[in-house]
Design a protein around this ligand. Structure first.
Ligand code: ATP
Ligand code: MG
Length: 350
């Protein structure tokens, strides 16, 4: 059964230059208990999408259009108070990108977990709530007595794990995990991710797992959505995204994280920089970096097209995916792209 449906969400930031179209026409679905991996490079809008769901957004953020249906309630229509009392932490919780910022420096970490538990559950004593915090600490590999510490007494890795405790203490139905292990030592990254997955299974929670590393979501997600320039350019079940992607950006991402394919594949990065999100104009936002861009790609914004079951792609050339996929494995293909020049004819003085 569907737990979350985001339909045509446009979440923009007001800025002096105009609207920053950080989440532009986002459409997504998430089933109960499932994991959706949200991947894409820095600035593609991943955090914006997650923060829109739990409405932890800066003052200049504005929902311009669209809806976010959580189990039958359009949460864009709720007041801040309703959202705080009915949804945030209890139904939907977030492990933020930078855990330190998630805690209030003037309270101990334990006090903050106790507060969240007691605010949302009637009749729980302080002592019982604190015991629950300690149990969670233990499960996450932190000495339970550290609940009495202040956030600044924690290392980055411990703060991240404590944030996971806070996010999971009410057994939410949806966990938004925004790069939950990026700040941690590589050795413990896998362990923490495993712990999150175990707890997710225990509580039967759904999860949106955000990362820039497609190999992380390939192992942990049921579905994967690929973000580029404020849009979801491709989404499908995880196996399809890894084995049969159709969007050139996804093909490029696979090359940049070669360990998801054959181990002898070489690392090829996508040249160029992400697009301007103020007045991005018409055309595909990836066209300036796409080795396969044709005239139409520069002029006409591609509409989402559904291929086999739930595989949705925004690319004019998605039909030619088989051919493009083999070309994309070659380094020369990516060397030809030139951000500044729509046609390769310019600047050729060899
Ligand atoms: N408060 C803000 N005001 C204006 N623009 C913002 C604001 N916050 C984010 N942006 C812009 O919105 C776009 C999307 O940002 P977002 O943080 O959602 O990306 P992200 O995919 O999470 O990136 P990262 O991988 O670096 O965390 C970026 O262009 C960013 O500069
Ligand atoms: Mg982010």
């Amino acid at each position: 059964m569907t737990l979350l449906t985001i339909d045509g969400l446009q979440m923009y930031y007001r800025s002096e230059a105009g609207y920053v179209r950080a989440a532009d026409d986002i459409t997504l679905e998430l089933e109960r208990g499932q994991t959706l991996g949200l991947v894409g490079e820095s600035g593609s809008g991943k955090t914006t999408i997650a923060r829109s769901i739990i409405r932890l957004l800066p003052d200049n953020a504005e929902v311009v259009d669209g809806s976010i249906d959580f189990d039958g309630t359009d949460i864009t229509e709720l007041t801040d108070r309703e959202l705080r009392n009915q949804i945030r932490w209890q139904e939907v919780s977030m492990i933020p990108q930078n855990a330190m910022n998630g805690f209030d420096p003037v309270y101990t970490v334990g006090q903050q977990i106790v507060q969240v538990i007691r605010h949302h559950e009637d009749g729980v004593s302080k002592a019982d709530a604190k015991d629950r915090a300690k149990t969670l600490f233990d499960e996450l590999g932190i000495d339970p007595d550290r609940v009495d510490d202040y956030p600044h007494q924690f290392s980055g890795g411990m703060a991240q794990r404590a944030m996971i405790a806070l996010a999971l203490c009410l057994e939410p139905r949806l966990i938004l995990a925004d790069e939950p292990t990026t700040a941690l030592d590589v050795v413990i990254q896998d362990r923490i991710l495993d712990t999150i997955k175990e707890m997710q299974a225990e509580y039967d929670s759904a999860m949106i797992l955000i990362t820039h590393d497609i190999s992380v979501v390939s192992e942990t997600s049921d579905r994967i959505a690929v973000c580029y320039g404020g849009r979801i350019v491709e989404q499908a079940d995880a196996a399809t995204i890894i084995k049969n992607p159709r969007h050139p950006y996804t093909l490029g991402l696979r090359n940049a994280f070669p360990d998801i394919g054959d181990s002898d594949e070489e690392l090829i990065s996508i040249p160029g920089t992400p697009p301007e999100l103020v007045d991005p104009g018409e055309g595909c936002r990836f066209a300036p970096r796409c080795p396969f861009a044709e005239e139409e790609c520069w002029d006409v914004t591609p509409e989402p097209e559904e291929y086999d079951d739930g595989h949705i792609v925004e690319c004019h050339r998605a039909d030619e995916a088989d051919e493009l996929r083999s070309l994309a494995e070659k380094r020369e293909t990516w060397m030809d792209t030139d951000e500044a020049t729509p046609t390769p004819a310019q600047g050729g003085d060899d």
